[in-house]
Design a protein around this ligand. Structure first.
Ligand SMILES: Cc1cc2nc3c(=O)[nH]c(=O)nc-3n(C[C@H](O)[C@H](O)[C@H](O)COP(=O)(O)O)c2cc1C
Length: 452
């Protein structure tokens, strides 16, 4: 495949983000990669756009790679995106995705910005990789990068992409899948489908979407209609559950949740958009999960949504669905709605759920997940005397990653600062830290090349 990498980092070849691409190149050498250093060369690209145009027009996959800069992409890359539009480059139907590195501070808005740009240009967008700048130096980060790329290629081979994110965008025409080998599971997939609809309403659209989902699912599905669950009431915030995990209500919900939802391979939520939300019944369900404290008990399991309504018209609700998955440590396999092409979206959701269960697919957490966990980490640490179950869980899962524990790194930063301030070194033109910073990344890539 012809892959064009848009390197948006002003650091050019010395970009940390670009090292992830180099790593992927070593692991997937069967593709052709062309890199446009738009972050470093924006001035010359502005003067002459012809080379960039030729590269873009010849691409089968465009990979936007950049550091997150102040909520978004660097200004140089931002300008490059403007230029693509100003030069009317027709990229409709080409695949696109993105890789960023950052400290996850508002990586969500940056990714959404690039996704919306892709929708404007009718690119077929597949969700990108948002990595911490040091992820590639860890085995977990390397696996995440590799698995992201495998997932991206899997989507492309099957003609799958995210439903367009901009309201103005027309739905993309279908693409034929290439060399598709159907995914099979060694064991049957069991999905808990948590829904909220009135079973007596003959006009309800959700039951039809659920039937379609069930028909396509290679496995079993337990339908849990929240309207039929005998809840005694909403969470009272009494903290009774903090001590032993049991709720003060005796309606069996905590046990029900553990047995019927938490044991499923994947969880799908189905609802009709009402008053910009999932409705108060779903809210009751979420609040009552406080009986699990701040423990992410479905961690690692994929989730998905069946939505009756237009989720694109509800920015806050979309954020909520993504944040819910991020904080729960769940891969969001998709949001299938009945806005445009419900059958195709439901089928895609099923295929992605199957892929995620089979491959234990997870993504690095983004701003919602990383930020949310830091808040809870501090809270549970302070409240460990009361929230004993949470405290045990957080210790077990290494959630107490307080920065003050990284003494080596703190000391290294003092050393760097001292060297930068050293008068003699300054007189000799200063210290170039780029090589030192990139050295461990290059070692990872070298190792991958030897293996590849
Ligand atoms: C001007 C500037 C703005 C930045 N803004 C953010 C930000 O909003 N969120 C974040 O998590 N990191 C931010 N960072 C950190 C970079 O995203 C991070 O260092 C990145 O890995 C650098 O990648 P590169 O070497 O490919 O340029 C910023 C860095 C700079 C220099």
């Amino acid at each position: 495949m012809e892959i064009v990498v848009i390197n948006g980092s002003p650091a050019g070849e010395n970009s940390i983000t670009l090292q992830t691409v180099e790593y992927l190149k070593a692991l997937f050498p069967q593709h052709t990669y062309t890199t446009l250093h738009v972050g470093r060369q924006i001035r010359s690209i502005e003067r002459d756009f012809s080379q960039a145009r030729a590269a873009l027009e010849g691409a089968e996959l465009i990979l936007f790679c950049y550091p997150v800069y102040t909520f978004l992409v660097p200004s140089q890359m931002h300008r490059f995106l403007e230029l693509i539009k100003e030069h009317h480059v027709d990229l409709a139907g080409t695949y696109a995705s993105q890789i960023s590195t950052s400290k996850h501070f508002y990586d969500t808005t940056a990714h959404r910005f690039v996704q919306d740009f892709c929708a404007d240009l009718k690119l077929r967008y597949v969700r990108g990789l948002s990595a911490d700048m040091e992820d590639l130096l860890t085995e977990e980060g390397q696996t995440e990068a590799k698995e992201y790329f495998r997932y991206l290629l899997w989507n492309i081979r099957r003609g799958l992409s995210e439903p367009p994110s901009c309201r103005s965008s027309a739905p993309l025409p279908g693409v034929p899948a290439r060399d598709v080998k159907e995914t099979t599971l060694s064991q049957k997939l069991h999905v808990a489908l948590v829904a909220d609809y009135d079973p007596e309403d003959p006009d309800a659209l959700l039951p039809g979407m659920i039937r379609r989902f069930k028909k396509r699912l290679p496995g079993s599905m337990e339908l849990i209609n929240l309207r039929e669950y005998p809840f005694k009431g909403g969470c009272l915030g009494c903290f009774h559950c903090a001590l032993d995990g049991t709720c003060i209500y005796k309606d069996g919900f905590d046990e029900f949740l553990r047995k019927h939802v938490n044991h499923a391979d994947a969880v799908v939520y189905a609802f009709t958009i009402k008053d910009h939300s999932m409705g108060s019944r779903f809210k009751l369900y979420d609040d009552r999960q406080f009986c699990n404290g701040h423990r992410t008990v479905t961690m690692g399991k994929p989730v998905g949504y069946l939505v009756d309504g237009d989720p694109d018209a509800e920015e806050n609700l979309r954020t909520l669905m993504e944040a819910r998955a991020e904080v729960g440590g769940n891969f969001l396999a998709g949001i299938a709605s009945n806005r445009n092409n419900p059958d195709a979206e439901i089928d895609q959701l099923v295929r992605r759920l199957v892929y995620a269960v089979r491959n234990h697919y997870t993504e690095p957490k983004n701003f919602y997940g990383v930020g949310g966990l830091k808040i809870f980490r501090d809270l549970i640490f302070e409240m460990q005397g009361l929230m004993k179950e949470d405290h045990r869980f957080y210790k077990e899962h290494g959630f107490y990653d307080f920065p003050q524990k990284k003494r080596g790194k703190i000391a290294a930063m003092y050393l760097v600062s001292a060297l930068m301030n050293n008068q003699k070194l300054k007189e000799r033109g200063g210290v170039d830290f780029t090589e030192g910073m990139l050295k461990p990344y290059r070692a990872v890539i070298k190792k991958a090349m030897r293996r590849g």
